[in-house]
Design a protein around this ligand. Sequence first.
Ligand SMILES: [Zn+2]
Length: 96
Amino acid sequence: MKKKSLISPELHALASQLKDLQAKASALGMFDNTRELVRCPKCGLEEDVTCDGLLITTKPDYHGLDTGLRFAEKPAGTFRCPVCKTRFAGLDEGAV
Ligand SMILES: [Zn+2]
């Protein structure tokens, strides 16, 4: 017996479109809100989002000024600081 989906076809289509939009936003350097912003526990480099929705990283003394560097997320939920190379877990995942 086939299990009936709890999600309507219309809602499923909307979710699919949202996923596409998030992928496009991410490709443009925009923050897609699929995770929390991260901050390096060692050197303090942190992510921020500009009023235009762009994802940037800033140093503690220069808020709002993009360093041009980006945290590498690998594997998912674990981040590597581009400045001091420290690996740490994102806020959702807890300690590594
Ligand atoms: Zn760091």
